[in-house]
Write a protein that binds this ligand. Structure first.
Ligand code: XMP
Length: 233
């Protein structure tokens, strides 16, 4: 019954959807793209997760968090900057009292493969004895989340859990798992809904697959301006 409800919840994406062992929606690539808005068609190959599916899933995650953190001293620690849209949507569905802080980690600059990790912002809040929930955009190799977990564990929280919007399992090198996962996705480079490529595309309202050719050429990384759509008529 719950499975059926979930299927209807995510109806627009159900063609590319199945459910993993822990009931996390697993998104598949389809050979044909959905309707990528014309302005983005030269850069985005297909919409992987449309905005209405994102909204429903984020609401469901918030409900789960709300249930699990009743009577807890919740501090959400968001990993900058890819979480910005996800976090903003998520916290507005959580009616519990909570504190919010940010941690900055950088590895992907204009590349899609990981480089060395650098902490660019430390926590401002004292999280000792508090229930910390780390929020991140995507769990890929697991190196970022593993380092953040390690760092926060040293600060003595009462509990430490993780929530990610997306998870790719194919390239995992660290044995880290997230406690809350929005969607499991295939091994493709995605942008939108906060996720960037060379600091672009964060404002797209959907999660889309960046065109391979663009990644290979580094065109988006090199160009400070978006590719202009072709004029018609
Ligand atoms: P790791 O490999 O450490 O990656 O788990 C986590 C961070 O890498 C970035 N990342 C991506 N960013 N599209 C993006 O825009 C992707 O497909 C992607 N894969 C990894 C992201 O910053 C994430 O926090």
């Amino acid at each position: 019954m719950r499975r059926l409800e979930r299927t209807f919840e995510l109806w627009p994406t159900c063609l590319r959807l199945s459910f993993g062992m822990n009931n996390v929606p697993a998104i598949k690539l389809l050979p044909r793209s959905g309707s990528v808005p014309r302005i983005w068609r030269r850069e985005v190959a297909q919409i992987l997760i449309p905005k209405d599916a994102l909204a429903r899933r984020v609401r469901a995650l918030a409900r789960q968090i709300q249930r699990d953190y009743q009577d807890r001293d919740l501090v959400m620690v968001a990993v900058m900057s890819g979480t910005l849209v996800f976090l903003a949507d998520l916290i507005r569905h959580v009616t519990l009292p909570l504190r919010l802080d940010f941690i900055g980690v950088s590895s992907y600059k204009t590349r899609t493969r990981p480089g060395p990790l650098v902490f660019t912002k430390e926590l401002g809040l004292d999280v000792r004895g508090r229930d910390v929930l780390i929020v991140d955009d995507i769990l890929d190799t697991g190196q970022t989340l593993a380092r953040v977990l390690q760092r926060l564990q040293r600060l003595g929280p009462r509990s430490l859990r993780t929530c990610v919007l997306l998870e790719k399992k194919a390239r995992r090198v660290e044995s880290v798992q997230a406690d809350y996962v929005g969607f499991e996705i295939p091994d493709v480079f995605v942008v939108g809904y906060g996720l960037d490529y060379a600091e672009r595309y964060r404002h797209l309202p959907f999660v889309g697959v960046l065109r391979e050719a663009l990644l290979r050429s580094g065109a988006a990384a090199a160009s400070p301006r978006p590719v202009q759509p072709r004029k018609t008529g």
